[in-house]
Design a protein. Structure first.
Length: 129
């Protein structure tokens, strides 16, 4: 049986990678989306806002990457959330619930001391095609 090959995904509707990595990689029927912070897809600049606004931007960019791969937010299996202030957990949950339906993806939320470019949230996901 031939082995699946990985394929890099590059969406022109999401911010370019800020380092030596792909926006996402498809392997078999899975899509692994690299960590996304609230960057403007057009300028690549950090869009400052509260945790809810930042989450909306991150999920919009993530959705664009998933669409390029042939998937969508509805196909997300696993979400990893990094935030710089765990006291915003409740606000994060309220906004998060507006973007996902049951059965919700598996998820963890981890507080970190800082994120690239001074972002307040970073999210990576695994989805299926």
């Amino acid at each position: 049986m031939p082995r699946s090959k990985k394929k890099a995904i590059i969406s022109g509707k999401a911010p370019k990678a800020v380092g030596p990595y792909s926006q996402a990689v498809v392997f078999g029927d899975l899509v692994f989306v690299s960590g996304q912070i609230p960057l403007s897809a057009e300028s690549g600049l950090l869009l400052k806002g509260d945790i809810c606004e930042s989450l909306r931007i991150v999920l919009k960019n993530t959705d664009e990457i998933l669409k390029t791969a042939g998937s969508s937010l509805e196909n997300i299996l696993k979400v990893t959330v990094y935030i710089t202030d765990i006291s915003l957990f409740s606000e994060l949950n309220d906004e998060y619930a507006k973007h996902f339906r049951e059965p919700y993806p598996a998820r963890e939320v981890i507080q970190v001391s800082s994120l690239p470019k001074g972002a307040n949230v970073e999210i990576s996901v695994i989805a299926h095609l």
